[in-house]
Every structure is written in C-alpha cells, then in structure tokens.
Design a protein around this ligand. Structure first.
Ligand code: SF4
Ligand code: SF4
Length: 370
C-alpha cells in the first residue's frame, strides 16, 4: 500500500468534506489587478487542442491540503538551485517560535504538514515540533538534506503519520555537485539507513534540473531499494526570481521531455505523486494552478501567493486566502508562472480531481491503495 490506510482514508474524508462545504470565511474573492484580470483557463486535455472552457467549480472552493511550514531558513548547505537561502537572507538567523508554528498548523487546518526550510533539522525544538503536530493528528513530511538525521534521530518516535523526506538530486557525484559540498550524499544515505533501522518511514525528494539525466534518477531509485525506502517524489526545478543561475531551470517543453518516460519509472518504483500530476508533467494533461492548496508559513508570516513567488506576507491565514487575487496567477495570467509546473502549485489540482474524468477517479483510488 502506498500510504498507511488510515492516512489515505483521513485525507480522502477531509477532501470530500471540504469539497462539499468549503469553509466560507476563506472563499471571499480578492479583486484581481485590472491589467491581469483573467479567470483561470481550464484547458482541454491535449495541449494542441487546447480551448478555453468554464472554470472548474473547485477553482473557487478554496481550502488547504498541505501546509508548507518553514520554521527557519538557515541551512548548513548552499545548493545552487535554492531560492530560500537567497530570498530570506536578511532574516536567515530568525526562527518561528515553537508555539507560533503549532498555532499556524491549527489556524490553517491542513491535514498534512511539510516541515521544510532552510534545513528544519537545525531547528532546536524539531522533535517537539514534530510531536506537537502529531498530537494535532496531522501527517508530517519532514524535508531534510539528511545531514543531521543520525545526530538527532533520538528526538523523534516512529509514527505511521510521520515521514523523513530526504533530498537527493542524483547519485553521489551529481548530488554533491548540486549541493556544492562533498560527503553530503554519503551522510544522507547513512541517515536513511539509520532511520529505516530505527523503524521510521523514509521517502526521497528529487529536483529535476536541465542537466539531470533521468537514467541516473532511475539508477538512484534502484540503489535506494536496498534500504527499503518508502517512496519517491520528483519535482521539476523552478526558476525562482531569487536564484541567478537561470540556465539550470526548465521550460514547460523541457519538463515534458524530461518526464516523457515517467510511466516506465512509476511502474518500477513507488512514486508518491498522483498519476494525474505525472501526466501533467509529461504534457499529456493540462491542470490549472491551485496554489492555495499548499500555503506556506515562515518567519515573515503567510507567504502569498505561493511557495515560490512572493508578492506579500500576510498576518493571518484568512488574510492570505481572501486578499490574494488567486485568479491573477497561473500560466497565462502571470509571466512569472509561465514555466512553473511544481507540485506545490499543481499537485493539489490533481488531488482535487480538477479536469478529472470518472476513470481518473478510479485510477486515483487504485494509486492510493496501490
Ligand atoms: S539543503 Fe535545502 S534549504 Fe539547504 S541550501 Fe539546499 S535546497 Fe536550500
Ligand atoms: S503557477 Fe507556480 S509560481 Fe505561479 S502561482 Fe502557481 S505555484 Fe506559484
């Protein structure tokens, strides 16, 4: 089974409840800026035959699925493609206090929390934070570069709702090059080994850049099989405005090409992404952006509109939901979104069944139970 049954059932229940009755306080529409006013276009399934049709009703039923919680932005690494350590350079020494992190979890109410950063394993109370989120009955993906797993493992308890999600961008040579430090791959592998031996669930997270060789990613997944890794995530790199190395990022066409062979990979390995999102990545399906599905909270507050681009930080979650002109973003609405296909903007659309047929819903079910 892809995820624990209780997790699948809890997430499905949450989605159905909120689809039927989305919290009314989050549904007010912020006025779009006049020059960018243009409702999301939901396109036909084949990009060639794309034609505008009425927006899917879910576009205007907003609720969060995954909270991206960044308790700090400090990191022990300086990866070439990292926007965070650059965008938040002026607040890199600040941390969100533990109580404030937990208040954000409650305020937003998303059933899943991705603890990210920065390097969250550098957060002094990371064990308490994870325990506090689990006590609120949320699922956790703790996204880490893996360098501190062995050192801090004893601060955690294995739980069916908790995953370490270790960042690996390739085999040893390529990964160490991407993170600009030798020995990182080896330590991350030792971290994975230790966590699995201690009974934790461990997934991996790989960013696909222009120079990524997808054969090497296959080799990486093969290599990880010996440790009993519980699943993999793949995400195309996005050109943050904070990152200078524009040449490493992908256009939409590049993404389609990189993911052309993804079906073969998803048959061999457990990919933790929905089949609809993978189809979107390979260019066989269109999805609109639903950035409100993965809201981000950090030292500056609720980051709007999304994990990637920052137009404003809001004091409250309701303010983020109701003052963000959501329909001004996404491909065709904002040039900054033109080549974005990242999971935090589009995986919620797939999970919510936007542009899905009844057959897609059955595929989703068999994927979740598979
Ligand atoms: S490990 Fe993560 S947070 Fe740290 S520099 Fe790399 S991408 Fe950024
Ligand atoms: S398309 Fe990407 S960059 Fe644009 S709002 Fe959505 S997630 Fe953010």
């Amino acid at each position: 089974m892809r995820f624990p049954l209780a997790m699948t059932a809890a997430l499905a229940g949450y989605v159905v409840r909120n689809k039927l009755r989305p919290p009314p306080e989050w549904q007010k529409n912020a006025a779009a800026e006049p020059d960018r006013a243009n409702p999301f276009r939901i396109l036909a399934d084949t990009p060639q035959g794309a034609r505008a049709r009425s927006p899917h009703p879910m576009i205007r039923r907003r609720f969060p699925l995954v909270l991206m919680l960044e308790p700090l932005h400090a990191c022990n690494l300086t990866c070439t493609g990292c926007g965070r350590i650059r965008e938040y350079e002026s607040t890199i020494t600040e941390r969100v206090p533990l109580e404030e992190c937990l208040a954000a979890v409650e305020e937003c109410g998303a059933p899943m929390v991705s603890i990210c950063g920065g390097e969250p394993m550098m957060y002094p109370q990371i064990g308490e934070l994870a325990a506090g989120i689990l006590a609120r009955d949320r699922f956790i993906y703790l996204c880490t570069n893996g360098m501190f797993i062995r050192r801090r493992l004893r601060e955690f308890r294995p739980d069916r709702r908790f995953f370490f999600n270790v960042h690996l961008d390739g085999m040893q040579k390529s990964h160490d090059l991407a993170v600009e430090k030798e020995g990182v791959f080896a330590e991350a592998i030792e971290g994975i080994r230790a966590a699995k031996q201690a009974g934790f669930q461990v997934a991996t997270n790989t960013t696909v850049y222009k120079e990524t060789d997808m054969k090497e990613i296959e080799e990486l997944f093969e290599y990880l099989e010996q440790f009993g890794v519980d699943g993999h995530q793949l995400s195309p790199a996005y050109g943050y405005s904070a990152v200078n190395h524009r040449e490493i990022f992908l256009t939409r066409e590049d993404v389609h090409e990189k993911f052309r062979d993804i079906d073969r990979l998803s048959k061999r390995f457990k990919l933790n992404q929905t089949p609809m999102y993978l189809e979107f990545l390979k260019g066989a399906r269109e999805l609109p952006c639903t950035a409100w599905g993965n809201p981000t909270y950090n030292v500056k507050g609720w980051k709007g509109p999304c994990y990637l681009i920052t137009d404003q930080h809001h004091k409250t979650f309701e303010e983020l939901m109701t003052r963000t002109p959501w329909e001004s973003y996404g491909q065709g609405n904002d040039p900054r979104c033109e080549h974005c296909m990242v999971h935090c903007g589009y995986e919620p659309s797939a999970a919510l069944g936007i542009n899905a047929s009844p057959a897609d819903s059955l595929r989703m079910l068999s994927w979740a139970l598979g």
